[in-house]
Design a protein around this ligand. Structure first.
Ligand SMILES: N[C@@H](CCC(=O)N[C@@H](CS)C(=O)NCC(=O)O)C(=O)O
Length: 212
């Protein structure tokens, strides 16, 4: 299988899962911030123009962080990245979806691509909010998101209990974006981030990404 990734992107979470699993894989780095996801060659692989994109050994393509992470977890059960009981699975999914949909999609999305969230039409007789107001909204969503997750992370070492699951790989990628945006992480979230940074799989991926 082959993972398409780009520096500073959420694809790091999937790369960490691949390293946790230890099965053979290849990677291709693309220049996401330089517009590589807009290019026809990449769109032919993933019409959504996003990383992570995983091309599996049969040539089929998987997109969306949760779908890729879930498939990896089920395909390589020996890595123990998916819980066995319904309660822990529900807690894992709860964090995973909150990270992807809200903290990333609604929060960091506004901070990194404010123009995409700026209304183009007249709203209540005025032009849109303006990009700095959109960024402020994004920051609020992110800060609130981490504050909501903080107590849960105070009760357990990982997002859904005392073992790492696919939700922790998602949480890790938004945690690493926070300092890049000068957003302080609350205590338990910061401790989770440091726990993730200490994992050998994360250290190997950071070295491959040229970060350490
Ligand atoms: N819903 C997607 C979001 C993926 C996503 O937003 N990827 C970003 C990098 S973190 C990207 O590829 N952006 C390129 C672009 O939007 O042009 C997922 O869960 O995988």
């Amino acid at each position: 299988m082959k993972l398409y990734w780009g520096p500073h992107t959420c694809a790091i979470g999937i790369h960490v899962l691949l390293e946790e699993i230890g099965a053979p894989y290849e990677t291709e780095r693309i220049d996401v911030s330089g517009g590589a996801t807009e290019e026809a060659a990449f769109r032919a692989i993933n019409p959504k123009g996003k990383v992570p994109t995983l091309v599996r050994d049969d040539g089929s393509v998987l997109t969306e962080f949760g779908a890729i992470a879930g498939w990896l977890g089920r395909t390589y059960p020996q890595a123990g990245l998916l819980p066995e009981d319904a309660e822990t699975e529900a807690r894992m999914t709860e964090v995973l979806e909150y990270v992807e949909g809200t903290i990333h999609g609604q929060g960091f999305g506004r901070l990194t691509k404010p123009a995409r969230y700026e209304p183009q039409d007249f709203v209540h007789g005025k032009l849109g909010l303006g990009q700095s107001a959109v960024k402020d909204q994004g920051r609020e969503v992110v800060e609130q998101g981490f504050a909501i997750l903080d107590p849960q992370l105070g009760r357990h070492a990982y997002a859904a209990g005392d073992r790492m699951t696919i939700a922790d790989a998602a949480l890790f990628y938004v945690e690493r974006w926070a300092p890049m945006m000068d957003i302080p992480l609350p205590g338990n979230v910061q401790a989770h981030f440091e726990r993730m940074l200490a994992r050998p799989a994360v250290q190997r991926v950071r070295a491959l990404w040229g970060e350490s």
